[in-house]
Design a binder for this molecule. Structure first.
Ligand code: GLU
Length: 298
């Protein structure tokens, strides 16, 4: 049993990613489970050198330390390969030669099934293939601890989705499912922007015979333009708030309290150090959520 924070190392920790880190951390502490940091650098071209260490350092400054070794997805390709082989043996994959541009030109919001029945084989004249997973015949249902009952019919939403890209890179959906299971993650707490990935992940868990963690999707922090806060729309690193300040702890408490209010909890009023902040925040999380832990496997 464990919980995890799984940042992609595309930049430093900003207020939005801090909220996801804090929610998963509080949930782990209240449940008495280890909290693990996993660096999701599966998409190596998008990874920014040094961002992983900067994120880990900022979390440590704010009092959040991984309860086990930090895991890097770029070192775990053998595990993804095994899961891929298993899905192939189960006849749950098909090769797809469509380019992203072709699919965009068709204007489809979900994969239209173009290569579904073509039985394309790797290494034959059509060039590199992406690999997509076949879909279940019924909608996926689960209960989100924050958002309540959910249902997602993948035949109408994503369509058959990619688990291995044409360039050979592993897709997030496969890597996250394999790693959550391998690390014993029983509690997934993350931003609501990932809500629509959940059914795809549950589907892969079912195909691979892996346990289903419980899920909680917390509100995302919005930028001034109404989009999810990100580096692209001006999120600054939280650590900039205390850089070069003699009273860094004061700025750190402000940053932490702001994240806590994003989780719809009250700032910890009299915290005079980080430790006091976490005691107050954990007590609030316990009061709000411990009745809603939900079974680890639903
Ligand atoms: N790596 C993903 C991200 O940074 C999060 C994955 C997850 O929590 O499942 O958006």
């Amino acid at each position: 049993m464990a919980a995890r924070f799984a940042p992609s190392p595309t930049g430093e920790l900003h207020q939005g990613s801090l909220v996801a880190a804090m929610a998963s951390y509080l949930d782990a502490k209240v449940a008495g489970e280890p909290w693990l940091i996993r660096i999701e650098d599966v998409d190596q071209p998008r990874s920014v050198p040094g961002a992983d260490l900067a994120i880990i350092h900022t979390l440590a400054q704010l009092g959040m330390h991984s309860d086990g070794p930090v895991v890097y997805q770029s070192q775990r390709f053998a595990l993804y390969e095994q899961a891929f082989a298993r899905l192939q043996a189960l006849d749950q994959l098909f090769g797809c030669q469509c380019s992203r541009r072709e699919l965009e030109e068709q204007g489809a919001t979900r994969y239209p099934g173009t290569c579904r029945d073509l039985q394309l084989q790797a290494g034959i004249s059509h060039g590199p293939l992406a690999w997509r997973v076949k879909l279940p015949m019924a909608p996926i249902e689960w209960t989100d601890r924050w958002l309540g009952p959910q249902t997602d019919d993948l035949r109408k939403t994503s369509g058959e989705f990619v688990i291995r890209r044409k360039d050979g890179l592993w897709a997030y959906q496969l890597a996250v499912v394999v790693d959550d299971a391998a690390q014993g993650v029983s509690s997934v707490v993350r931003g609501a922007d990932l809500l629509d990935s959940t059914a795809r992940q549950i589907h892969l868990q079912q195909l691979l015979g892996l346990p289903r963690p419980r899920y909680m999707h917390v509100p995302v922090v919005l930028a001034a333009n109404g989009e999810k806060l990100s580096k692209q729309n001006g999120a600054s690193p939280v650590a900039a708030a205390w850089a070069d300040r003699a009273d860094a702890w004061l700025a750190q408490l402000q940053v932490l309290n702001l994240a806590l209010t994003s989780l719809q909890l009250e700032p910890v009023p009299k915290a005079t150090d980080i430790h006091a902040f976490w005691s107050g925040a954990t007590a609030q999380w316990a009061a709000r959520w411990s009745g809603a832990l939900g079974p680890a496997t639903q």
